[in-house]
Design a protein around this ligand. Structure first.
Ligand code: ZN
Length: 81
């Protein structure tokens, strides 16, 4: 079984990578990208346009229905086929 370190809260990524939105999340807030400012000025990517938003209030965020507890942290339950 592959384990993910992404922390889940209220069925959304709280700390980790949201695959639907393709953004990193920290403490429930979408992080900005690391693109140069010149690229950001031209609207480089979703991370930048969504940066600072709550993942719980962002349409299209990944919904994680199946979770398990590992080391006291709620994470994705990923079953290997
Ligand atoms: Zn960017």
């Amino acid at each position: 079984m592959r384990e993910s370190n992404d922390e889940i809260r209220s069925c959304f990524i709280w700390n980790g990578f949201d695959y639907n939105l393709q953004v990193w999340v920290k403490d429930g807030i979408i992080l900005d990208c690391n693109h140069p400012q010149s690229m950001k000025d031209n609207g480089c990517c979703k991370s930048h346009s969504l940066a600072g938003r709550s993942i719980l209030l962002t349409p299209g965020a990944e919904y994680v229905a199946e979770t398990i507890i590992i080391n006291g942290i709620c994470v994705r339950n990923i079953k290997q086929q």
